[in-house]
Design a protein around this ligand. Structure first.
Ligand code: PMP
Length: 350
């Protein structure tokens, strides 16, 4: 039997595994839930009938998400992480062979899922300064069926202002604009409120970053009620399990806790950025640029990414390595101290 090359030649996503003293590689929140809230969740777990299928519409979590962001639940579909939503959208909202625009560098899973969905991918390369040339992107989208990009961007940490996203949406009305706002809690240029104004706009959100629930696997697609109905019909009926639904719906109602954690992460990210900028000034021949982040991580452009990354791993510190740089997630003060002293150690002339 012959299986298609799209699966036999597939290169699996390769997250860092193993145990490291400091994990700053996956853009997670460094806050776990407070013990009192965990014990409230444990009580609620006892009330779940584990022998029964979960709520197919994930009603509680959809309502909690919509209330947290001040939008209508009729525009929200819950998924098993935004990863599931991305693959669903590319498979169900686009025909085989349709043209999808991506930008580079960006979140690698867009091209991965596009291949599985048998789409034609057109990639718009970012400029030398890692910013996107919006006119170039608009021109590509005017000849395409859809575009998907993260804003703010993983891995560059840079953002496209709301006005520019609106210009894109209005300039390419026949192109489905999928704006992945996984990190938008750390910035304030969201277009979440525009999904009922523009029928070519879909916004993605996740509980894995600022909400601090990467383990629960919960993501959301936000779009007008008509398309929401289509996506809800197309998804598998029980895509979000009952335990995750309970956890996420409970935590999404903890508004002040979530806002405080988010604010604290933003402060820590700025501290990390300042410290890395100082280090870059000290070692200009080794570190090219440290980008001002709109996210919970900092991108450091360096020609020595691989060498630094490997030396850091040996020292028990995991960051993420890219061809042109390192992506370092904000952590606790202690983690930053360890990271910075190890970095300094690696960069110092021997
Ligand atoms: N979009 C972006 C831009 C991401 O960085 C990530 C996770 N790294 C995801 C989506 C996937 O998030 P989730 O955990 O909700 O599947």
């Amino acid at each position: 039997m012959k299986l298609p090359e799209k699966v036999t030649k597939l290169k699996a996503y390769d997250p860092i595994t193993g145990s490291y003293a400091v994990r700053l590689d996956a853009n997670e929140s460094y806050f776990d839930l407070p013990a009192v809230l965990k014990s409230k969740l444990a009580d609620r777990l006892e009330q779940i009938d584990l022998n029964r299928y979960p709520d197919s519409a994930a009603t509680e979590v959809v309502n909690a998400f919509a209330a947290f962001y001040g939008i209508s639940p009729d525009c929200v579909t819950a998924g098993n992480g935004s990863d599931e939503i991305i693959t669903l959208l590319l498979t169900c909202f686009l025909e085989k062979g349709a043209r999808l625009v991506t930008v580079s560098p960006d979140f690698s899973m867009y091209a991965f899922y596009a291949k599985l969905a048998e789409l034609e991918v057109v990639t718009v390369e970012k400029e030398e300064n890692l910013q996107i040339d919006m006119n170039k992107l608009i021109a590509a989208c005017q000849k395409a069926d859809a575009v998907v990009f993260s804003n703010p961007c993983n891995p560059t940490s840079l953002g496209i202002p709301r006005a520019e996203i609106i210009r894109l949406i209005e300039s390419a009305p026949d192109c489905l604009i999928i704006a992945d706002e996984a990190y938008m809690d750390f910035w304030d240029e969201s277009v979440l409120d525009l999904v009922t104004k523009y029928d070519n706009l879909i916004v993605l959100r996740t509980c894995s970053k600022a909400i601090g629930l990467a383990a629960a696997r919960m993501g959301f697609a936000v779009m007008d009620p008509y398309k929401t109905g289509l996506l809800r019909a197309a998804k598998s009926p029980y895509n979000c399990d009952a335990v995750s639904q309970m956890i996420c719906s409970t935590v999404l109602r903890e508004t002040s806790l979530l806002n405080n954690c988010r604010d604290e992460i933003i402060v820590q990210t700025q501290r990390l950025y300042t410290a890395l900028t100082d280090l870059a000034r000290q070692y200009p021949e080794l570190i090219d640029t440290v980008y001002a982040p709109r996210t919970n991580f900092v991108f450091v452009k360096t020609a020595y990414a691989k060498e630094i990354y490997e030396a850091m791993l040996k020292a028990g510190i995991a960051v993420r390595c890219f061809p042109h740089g390192l992506r370092i997630c904000a952590g606790t003060r202690r983690e930053h101290t360890l990271l910075l002293s190890e970095l300094e150690n690696i960069l110092q002339p021997k």
